[in-house]
Design a binder for this molecule. Structure first.
Ligand code: DX5
Ligand code: ZN
Length: 218
């Protein structure tokens, strides 16, 4: 199985970013998960296009942008211009028509198109977008903050997604750590977002441990 480890920069120390990005690169990380929060879809505000642009210019990571924003259609062109490689929006962020339009815009720009759902949203809500999506981002915590506890219900939800979407890249986000990673993989997730578990402490050691756990699943 081809697994992807996607460190979430939300847990980074922003006064010291270079050192952390270098450690991630040295540990073999190729994807960065960038959590964009607008203070409306979720209460917090995080960062926006200038950050994505700087990362794109100075590093060569795949930039996986998770848009926790209320009006994704307004934001998407700006994130495409800034250099995002993948854009994931929330199914709860607009009407079916708006979401479809947004996903088509992402696809036509040759970016990876993702859709995310909150813990309380029915998985069936994703079915209308089956043709447009490359990735499903299953939230295993309520979106809006790092450092929350993994919701075990996400495991059965992951299995259900796997049945309905056998080919999709299934990303899981929230509370992924040394204790929850294996179960998430066994339930069908293939892409693992983790902030606290990877960015706090010794980054290289944290990544090595994740790799070991995933190697045992294969
Ligand atoms: C939460 C974000 C996550 C968050 C995960 O809204 O989508 O990506 O950074 O953080 P941890 O891994 O600490 O749960
Ligand atoms: Zn995220």
């Amino acid at each position: 199985m081809n697994y992807t480890i996607s460190p979430s920069l939300l847990a980074a120390n922003f006064a010291d970013l270079k050192e952390q990005l270098t450690a991630l690169k040295q540990a073999g990380i190729k994807h960065l998960h960038i959590d964009v929060m607008d203070g409306h879809f979720v209460p917090a505000i995080s960062f926006g296009t200038p950050f994505v642009k700087n990362l794109k210019t100075q590093y060569d990571f795949f930039l996986d942008v998770h848009l926790m924003v209320s009006e994704p259609l307004k934001q998407i062109p700006q994130f495409i211009d800034a250099g995002a490689d993948g854009l994931t929006l929330h199914v709860e962020a607009g009407s079916q028509e708006e979401i479809l339009k947004a996903l088509n815009l992402i696809k036509h720009s040759d970016l990876k198109a993702g859709i995310s759902l909150k813990p309380a949203t029915d998985i069936e809500a994703l079915i209308p977008f089956k043709e447009q999506i490359d990735l499903i981002l299953l939230m295993s915590v309520e979106p809006g903050a790092g450092g929350q506890k993994f919701m075990p219900d996400a495991l059965t939800r992951a299995q259900k997604i796997r049945q309905l979407f056998p080919e999709v890249e299934l990303q899981i986000d929230g509370g992924i750590n040394n204790d929850t990673l294996k179960e998430a993989a066994l339930s069908g997730a293939t892409n693992f977002v983790a902030g606290t578990a990877l960015l706090k402490g010794d980054i290289q050691k944290n990544i090595q441990r994740f790799k070991q756990i995933l190697a045992e699943v294969k």
